[in-house]
Design a binder for this molecule. Structure first.
Ligand code: NAP
Length: 239
């Protein structure tokens, strides 16, 4: 059996990624932080081919305990695909942004990347195969007003992934990043879709499955020579 871990796999883009990886033959470890009902729905959608792995990516001790715990019960197996997808936003102009909102976003989106990636990396190197795929954002490439915290977290993730790609490429581990634009999930609830889509060349928000398709390619053996790359999925909004 081949195993993949998708952080934030309970909803939105993460759920679509779980479905894609299941179609590719993976047993999927579905991480979530609080919404167990949604995580169970994802498990149902992948016909039970996986398990739930609850932890807060922003809590390094919880990450270590969960991943070491899984590894202890699966001594012969390893997580060969990691999708660092869990993420939050707490938007505000910097002038109004409280330190807590800065830290919480960095802790979840960037420090979480460090904790989870580090926890799964060694077995990938030992097995000489691994795929690490990160969910950044248009905001991490371009910077978006009202999102200094989120842009910093996603820009940091992009740079960290490029650095790590060069560290591990010889061991046949690839580290790539997907940068979605506006995708229809809970995260964009409350945004003015009608107004925003006027600026999107494709004329619409994207679907989670359209992001998952790119993740699927990056996870596949066909993508073995793609490393340290960032692929935008944004309907032409920013090129
Ligand atoms: P979403 O619908 O809000 O789902 C967020 C997911 O992350 C949920 O599964 C949630 O788990 C999980 N999560 C949040 N905090 C967590 C934590 N501390 N530890 C573990 N899991 C946590 O978001 P989405 O739109 O699918 O976004 C997925 C990723 O794509 C994020 O990194 C986001 O920044 C990025 N992105 C999204 C868009 C967009 O337009 N939607 C655009 C660019 C980038 P629970 O269900 O337990 O809460």
């Amino acid at each position: 059996m081949k195993f993949a871990l998708v952080t934030g796999g309970s909803r939105g883009i993460g759920r679509a990624v779980c479905q894609k990886l299941y179609q590719m033959g993976y047993e999927v470890l579905i991480n979530y932080v609080s919404n167990e009902a949604a995580a169970l729905e994802t498990l149902d959608l992948i016909e039970g081919h996986g398990e739930l792995l609850k932890f807060d990516v922003g809590n390094p001790d919880a990450v270590k305990a969960a991943i070491e715990g899984w590894q202890a019960t699966h001594p012969e197996e390893y997580i060969e695909v990691l999708v660092n997808n869990a993420g939050i936003r707490k938007d505000n102009l910097l002038i109004w942004m409280e330190a807590d909102d800065w830290r919480k976003v960095l802790d979840t989106n960037l420090n979480g990347w460090y904790s989870v990636t580090r926890a799964v990396l060694q077995p990938m190197l030992l097995h000489k195969f691994g795929r690490i795929i990160n969910m950044a954002s248009l905001s991490g490439l371009k910077g978006l007003p009202g999102q200094t915290n989120y842009s910093a977290s996603k820009g940091g993730m992009i740079a960290a992934a490029k650095a790590l790609a060069q560290e591990v490429a010889r061991k046949k581990v690839t580290v790539n990043t997907v940068a979605p634009g506006f995708i229809k999930t809970d995260m964009v609830e409350g945004l003015d879709e009608a107004a925003l889509k006027k600026d999107i060349p494709a004329g619409r928000f994207g679907e989670p499955a359209e992001v998952a398709a790119v993740v699927g390619f990056l996870a596949s053996p066909e993508a073995s020579y793609v490393n340290g790359e960032v692929i935008s999925v944004n309907g032409g909004l920013y090129t």
